[in-house]
Design a binder for this molecule. Structure first.
Ligand SMILES: Cc1cc2nc3c(=O)[nH]c(=O)nc-3n(C[C@H](O)[C@H](O)[C@H](O)COP(=O)(O)OP(=O)(O)OC[C@H]3O[C@@H](n4cnc5c(N)ncnc54)[C@H](O)[C@@H]3O)c2cc1C
Length: 510
C-alpha cells in the first residue's frame, strides 16, 4: 500500500512516521525547500529562532505528545526543559517568586493586589481545581480500558454534575460570574487574544485549560490532586526544529521518503476514491491513501474540487473558524534581556478590554503592537541559538491577514519597527543593539503554509464550531493538521495524526 502525505509539518511527519512503521510505503511532499512547516527553527548569522511554537503543552510522559514520542522511540532524541512564563498588564505583573511559595502563590498574590476580590478568587480557584481534575480524569479514562475506564468515567460524570449548568456559558459570562474587576477578567481571558477569539465566543468551561498554574511556575508539581497529574509546559532545547528532525528521522528509519520543493497541485480521484496526487510540473504520483495537511479550503476547494464533495462536508469546510496571523520580528542582539524580563517568555497586555481588542483585529484593524505582544528569548534556555555574549529574541503579536491601510509588503519595515518600539518599553535599546533582524509578516506565513488566509493556530476554538473532520467523503483521502483540530497546537496536531492512522488501520482490518 502506498501512502502520500501532503505537508511536512508535525501533523504530516507524525502520520508519516506511524504509517511507515505500519508497513506502508510512505512519501511526504513538502512545497517548501525545508521541512517542518511552522515548527521549523530559522537560522541566520549564528542566531536561531523558532518560527512558530514556543512553550509547548502536552509533552510530559503522561500527556499525548509525550506518549507519541515514546511510542516512536524518540523520547531521548528530543531534549526538553520544563519551564514557565510571565504575564504583565499595565498596572500589575505576575512573576514567580524567587523562593517557591507553593502551588497557590498566584491566587495569594492576586488577593493582595485586589483585596475586594478575595472571595471571588477563592470561588474561581475552586472552579479551576474542578476543571483541572475533570481534564486529568478524562485523559486517564482515554488511556484506560475495561473496568478501570468505566470507573474513571463514573468519577468524571460525578465531578461534572456541580458545574453542568455552566456548560453553555461563554468565557465572558464565566468571568462576569466570578469577577467584578476588569483586571481579573482580562488576566484569565487575555490568552484568547492569541487565538483571535473573543471571550464571548470561547467556551467558559475552557478558561482553566488556558490558565494552568504550572505554566507560571515550573516548581508547582504536576500532581497536586488525586484525580491525576495536570498539564506542564516545556521548551525544546535547541529549538523546535529538533522535534522536526527527530520525527523526520523516524519516517526515514522505517523506509519513508520526504521530498522538499514538491508542491501538490491536485488530488486525483476516480469513482469517489483518491488515486494519487499531481505535483507542480504535472507529474502524477499514484497512491492508495492520501493524507493532506495544510489549509482546509485550499485542499478541498483547489486540490480536490468542491464539486466532488457532498454538501454536508463542503459546508463544514466552509465554516471552519479561522484565527488571524502574526507579525513576528526576530532579532540577534548583544543586549542581555534578563534584568528586564525574568523568564524566557512573557506576554505583555496593554489593555483590559480583550473583547474589544480581539473584535477590532477580527475586523481587520492592526493595533501596531499597542494592545500587546510577547517577548521570547529562546537563547536563554538554549545558548547555542546565539553567539557567545548575544541573545536571540522574538517579538510578535497577532495581526490581520490584510491591512486596511496599505499592504504588508509596503509597510513591513515600518510596522516591524513600531512593534520593536513597543517592545523597547520592556527592553530599552533593543533596536539600537540588534545587528540582525528577520521580519515575518502574514504574507510570509501565507506563503510558508500555502494558505490564502493564514490562521496561525489552525481552527479557532469558537463555541459550537469545529475543525474539518479527518474522514472525508472521498475514499482513501484523510485530512490532518491544525485546521482539523480546535486550538491545534503541536501536541494536538500530533495526536490528531496518530488518531487518523489508527482509524486507517481499523478500516483496513475491518
Ligand atoms: C507564530 C506561531 C506560534 C505558535 N505557538 C504555539 C505554541 O506556543 N504552542 C503550540 O502548541 N502551538 C503553537 N503554534 C501552533 C502550532 O505550531 C501549529 O498549529 C502546528 O505546528 C501546525 O502543524 P501542521 O502540521 O498542521 O501545519 P504546518 O506546520 O503549517 O505544516 C503544513 C505543511 O504543509 C505544507 N503544504 C501545504 N500545502 C501543501 C501542498 N499543496 N503541497 C505540499 N506541501 C504543502 C506547508 O508548506 C507546511 O510545511 C504556533 C503557530 C505559530 C505560527
Amino acid at each position: 500500500m502506498r501512502a502520500i502525505v501532503i505537508g511536512s509539518g508535525m501533523a504530516g511527519l507524525t502520520a508519516a512516521a506511524y504509517l511507515a512503521r505500519a508497513g506502508y510505503q510512505v512519501t511526504v511532499f513538502e512545497q517548501q525547500d525545508e521541512i517542518g512547516g511552522v515548527t521549523a527553527t530559522l537560522r541566520q548569522h549564528g542566531f536561531g529562532w523558532d518560527l512558530g511554537p514556543l512553550l509547548l503543552e502536552g509533552f510530559a510522559p503522561y500527556e499525548p505528545a509525550g506518549r507519541l514520542l515514546a511510542e516512536l522511540g524518540l523520547t531521548n532524541q528530543v531534549q526538553m526543559t520544563r519551564e514557565d512564563r510571565g504575564v504583565a498588564f499595565p498596572d500589575f505583573a505576575l512573576w514567580k517568586p524567587a523562593d517557591y511559595a507553593g502551588p497557590q502563590w498566584r491566587r495569594e498574590r492576586l488577593q493582595e493586589l485586589f483585596p475586594d476580590q478575595r472571595e471571588a478568587l477563592d470561588h474561581y480557584y475552586r472552579f479551576y481545581d474542578r476543571l483541572m481534575d475533570l481534564m486529568s480524569l478524562a485523559r486517564r479514562a482515554e488511556n484506560a480500558a475495561g473496568l478501570a475506564a468505566l470507573l474513571l468515567k463514573l468519577r468524571l460524570a460525578l465531578a461534572f454534575q456541580p458545574i453542568k449548568g455552566m456548560a453553555d456559558w461563554n468565557a465572558a459570562q464565566v468571568m462576569d460570574h466570578f469577577f467584578e474587576r476588569p483586571e481579573l477578567r482580562a488576566l484569565y481571558t487575555g490568552i484568547l487574544a492569541d487565538f483571535v477569539v473573543r471571550p464571548s465566543q470561547y467556551p467558559g468551561l475552557g478558561v482553566p485549560a488556558v490558565n494552568v498554574e504550572t505554566a507560571f511556575d515550573k516548581r508547582i508539581p504536576a500532581q497536586v490532586s488525586r484525580a491525576g497529574p495536570r498539564p506542564v509546559y516545556h521548551y525544546i532545547l535547541g529549538g523546535c526544529g529538533k522535534l522536526v528532525e527527530a520525527a523526520a528521522g523516524a519516517v526515514r528509519a522505517s523506509g519513508g521518503e520526504i521530498f522538499t520543493g514538491a508542491t501538490v497541485t491536485r488530488i486525483r480521484t476516480q469513482d469517489g476514491r483518491a488515486t494519487g496526487v499531481e505535483l507542480d510540473g504535472g507529474r502524477f504520483e499514484p497512491a492508495d491513501l492520501v493524507l493532506a495537511s495544510g489549509g482546509v479550503r485550499e485542499t478541498f476547494f483547489e486540490l480536490v474540487g468542491p464539486e466532488l464533495l457532498e454538501h454536508s462536508y463542503r459546508d463544514k469546510v466552509e465554516h471552519v473558524p479561522f484565527m488571524e496571523s502574526v507579525l513576528m520580528v526576530h532579532v540577534g542582539t548583544d543586549l542581555d534581556p534578563a534584568p528586564y524580563q525574568p523568564a524566557a517568555l512573557c506576554y505583555y497586555y496593554n489593555t483590559y478590554d480583550v473583547e474589544g481588542a480581539v473584535q477590532s483585529c477580527q475586523q481587520g484593524n492592526y493595533h501596531e503592537g499597542k494592545d500587546g505582544f510577547l517577548i521570547y528569548v529562546p537563547s536563554r534556555h538554549s545558548p547555542d541559538l546565539a553567539p557567545a555574549g548575544h541573545h536571540a529574541i522574538t517579538v510578535y503579536t497577532i495581526a490581520p491577514n490584510q491591512l486596511i491601510h496599505g499592504t504588508w509588503a509596503e509597510r513591513r519595515e515600518e510596522l516591524a519597527d513600531k512593534l520593536l518600539a513597543e517592545a523597547e518599553r520592556v527592553l530599552p535599546g533593543l533596536r539600537e543593539r540588534s545587528a540582525v533582524r528577520v521580519v515575518l509578516t502574514p504574507d510570509d506565513f501565507r506563503q510558508r503554509t500555502r494558505q490564502r488566509h493564514h490562521s496561525f493556530g489552525g481552527a479557532a476554538p469558537v463555541m459550537g464550531r469545529e475543525g474539518a473532520p479527518h474522514r472525508t467523503p472521498i475514499g482513501g483521502l484523510w485530512f490532518i493538521g491544525s485546521q482539523s483540530e480546535s486550538r491545534g497546537g503541536v501536541a494536538g496536531v500530533m495526536a490528531g495524526a496518530r488518531k487518523v492512522v489508527r482509524m486507517i488501520q481499523e478500516e483496513a482490518n475491518a
